[in-house]
Design a protein around this ligand. Structure first.
Ligand SMILES: [Zn+2]
Length: 52
């Protein structure tokens, strides 16, 4: 399960495997699925990560 982060009234989703944060829950879930399976990140997914 991705971790939900609340900051300044906005919601973000963190991949608990690699700690990248996304605005979009679906992308965070995709990242987590990939990370768990491959034990590394997919740059096609992590390019959507954001700084919080
Ligand atoms: Zn990840």
């Amino acid at each position: 399960m991705v971790k939900e982060i609340k900051k300044s009234g906005k919601k973000y989703f963190e991949c608990i495997e690699c700690n990248f944060v996304y605005k979009n829950k679906k992308i965070a879930e995709e990242c987590e699925g990939y990370c768990k399976k491959h034990h590394s990140c997919n740059t096609e997914i992590t390019k959507y990560s954001i700084q919080v």
